[in-house]
Design a protein around this ligand. Structure first.
Ligand SMILES: Cc1cc2nc3c(=O)[nH]c(=O)nc-3n(C[C@H](O)[C@H](O)[C@H](O)COP(=O)(O)OP(=O)(O)OC[C@H]3O[C@@H](n4cnc5c(N)ncnc54)[C@H](O)[C@@H]3O)c2cc1C
Ligand SMILES: NC(=O)c1ccc[n+]([C@@H]2O[C@H](COP(=O)([O-])OP(=O)(O)OC[C@H]3O[C@@H](n4cnc5c(N)ncnc54)[C@H](O)[C@@H]3O)[C@@H](O)[C@H]2O)c1
Length: 481
């Protein structure tokens, strides 16, 4: 029987554990914080739950345009304690669901920390586990013959590293949990920030800036680049930046924060050019660093790339046979969906199952701003840089009947197809719930569909998805010219 030890219980780790248990492996999963990992407890799940509350708040705005009279936002207020306790409760419940699933599948879940042990240079690997004092895994205690928080070693034929990442900290802007916060600390606030200064305009910064703005906070977004979300489709990022500004957000482009100081009654953010921004709170969203420093990787001979990421191939192998890695600690593409797939692939590969290498071509991603931004396949950058030959169309949603009914003015659908075969190879959607609308484009790419096939699909009338088929029809027309 394969003996597998998984370090880290986020999507990379727990999805792998479920697959391994299904294949009858003896699986131990060691997780420091709780099943579901940072994804469920502090990052993805809490942020999307918070955004769900902000969407309720958005629903109270602009009702008069629809002929609905109300007292506007007067009488509507945000109970930050209630919002944040809902966030935390939901995260814990999700973690408990995952724990139950793992236990039911027969996975030995150990609460504690693990690292690679002595390099045995043989066919087995050693993992050192330091269980948490609260540790409850009867199986691992019995195996180790220990009953307290003492460290013990277990042998494994395969080890999966899935330890995730942690918010990057600037030395001159250390989160204090009171006014200078990282994205894991915002849920401890007892009041909505009066004026939140978000430092960093990547996906994390943009999502929080959008949600707090919708909640009614004054928001200033400090963006070190020429536009928000510099790695996303430029048309989409600029459309969202325009919406942010129209709704009253202050965006400081090409502005790098040099330091952030808690002044006692607020925060003072000093920019590299000497300007200062005062606010009530600051949210640091300046990226993440992989949790790999304490795994004993170098001593074990596991290759680590710049920035501390574990180097893996497309079946999640490191350079050391039997040691695999998945998720944010690899830096391949920091998404929960990708972490989960890397983890599953690692197990299938290690256990000799048929496995296809990870394909990033059909990974769809979504930024949960308002409106949302979903992307899949080749990007505008790929096309503009000449890496991919493509024809493309960008169709504003403002002409869509359903969008008019819902009073949506912003947003678009963009499609890319191969010039000769008209095969669909990429797409961008900016719209409310773009995360749901991107699926037909993802499926088209996955199944090598052409614009003709998408264009001939009968869509609901009226619907936003109708614009996707319409975009495909426009590309067909181009083909005839
Ligand atoms: C604010 C935010 C929002 C996000 N929203 C989304 C989203 O909407 N959709 C999406 O797809 N992705 C989202 N992501 C990205 C997503 O959260 C990550 O890609 C995902 O969590 C990666 O999963 P993972 O398994 O690699 O690691 P994690 O979820 O980080 O889990 C790793 C776990 O390993 C534990 N660990 C670390 N070291 C050890 C050790 N030595 N021993 C034992 N345990 C250890 C950690 O405590 C952690 O709990 C978001 C990220 C952030 C920051
Ligand atoms: N919806 C989602 O799926 C979702 C949500 C959040 C994060 N994520 C994942 O996490 C990854 C990382 O995103 P992120 O936004 O946390 O990090 P990031 O590294 O993409 O963005 C951080 C930004 O902060 C800027 N920055 C750094 N130092 C600064 C300073 N001193 N002043 C001002 N700006 C500064 C950087 O230039 C960068 O643009 C994403 O690529 C995504 O894959 C996904």
């Amino acid at each position: 029987m394969s003996r597998i030890v998984i370090i880290g219980g986020g999507p990379g780790g727990y999805e792998a554990a479920l697959v391994a248990a299904q294949l009858d492996a003896d699986v131990t999963l060691v997780e420091a914080e709780g099943p579901g990992g940072a994804c469920v407890l502090t990052d993805c799940v809490p942020s999307k739950t918070f955004i769900a509350s902000s969407e309720v708040m958005t629903g109270y705005r602009h009702n008069e345009r629809f002929g609905i009279r109300s007292a506007g936002l007067e009488g509507v207020s945000v109970d930050a304690v209630a919002v944040n306790s809902r966030v935390k409760k939901l995260a814990l419940a999700q973690s408990a669901d995952i724990q139950a699933k793992l236990v039911k599948a027969g996975v030995d879940v150990v609460q504690g920390r693990a690292q690679l042990g002595e390099d045995t240079l043989g066919h087995t690997h050693q993992v050192l586990i330091t269980p948490d004092k609260r540790e409850t895994s009867v199986r691992s205690r019995a195996m180790a013959g220990r009953s307290d928080g003492q460290a013990y070693a277990v042998d494994a034929s395969m080890v999966l590293l899935a330890t995730g990442a942690t918010p990057r900290v600037l030395a001159s802007a250390r989160p204090d949990g009171e006014r200078v916060l990282d994205w894991r600390q915002v849920y401890d606030l007892t009041e909505l920030p009066e004026h939140l200064v978000v430092v960093g305009s990547g996906v994390t910064g943009a999502e929080f800036a959008s949600a707090y703005l919708a909640m009614g906070a004054k928001v200033t977004l400090v963006s070190s680049r020429e536009r928000v979300m510099p790695h996303e489709d430029a048309d989409a990022a600029m459309a969202i930046e325009r919406v942010f500004r129209e709704r009253g957000m202050t965006i400081l482009n090409q502005s790098r924060a040099e330091s952030v100081v808690n002044t006692g009654s607020g925060v003072l953010v000093t920019l590299a050019d000497g300007r200062t921004v005062a606010g009530s709170h600051a949210l640091m969203a300046v990226g993440a660093i992989p949790n790999t420093a304490e795994l004993g990787l170098r001593e074990y001979g596991v290759d680590v790339a710049d920035g501390g990421y574990v180097t893996v191939d497309r079946v999640s192998r490191t350079n050391v046979p039997g040691i695999y890695a998945a998720g944010d600690c690899t830096g391949v593409l920091p998404l929960a969906s990708v972490a989960a797939m890397q983890g599953r692939i690692a197990i299938w590969h290690a256990m000799g199952e048929a496995v296809a290498p990870l394909r990033l071509r059909t990974v769809s991603a979504n930024v949960f701003t308002d409106p949302e931004l979903a992307t899949v396949g080749v990007s505008q950058n790929d096309v503009d840089a000449g890496r991919v030959q493509a024809r493309q169309v960008m169709l504003p949603l403002s002409g869509n009947a359903r969008a008019k009914m819902a009073d949506l003015h912003d947003g678009f659908v963009k499609l890319f197809c191969r010039p000769a075969t008209a095969q669909i190879i990429g797409g961008v959607v900016v719209a409310p719930k773009a995360s749901e609308l991107i699926l037909p484009i993802t499926m088209a790419i996955e199944n090598n569909l052409t614009v003709d096939q998408l264009a001939h699909t009968i869509t609901i009338y009226p619907s936003l998805s109708g614009s996707i088929a319409e975009a495909a029809r426009q590309l067909m027309q181009h083909e005839l010219q």
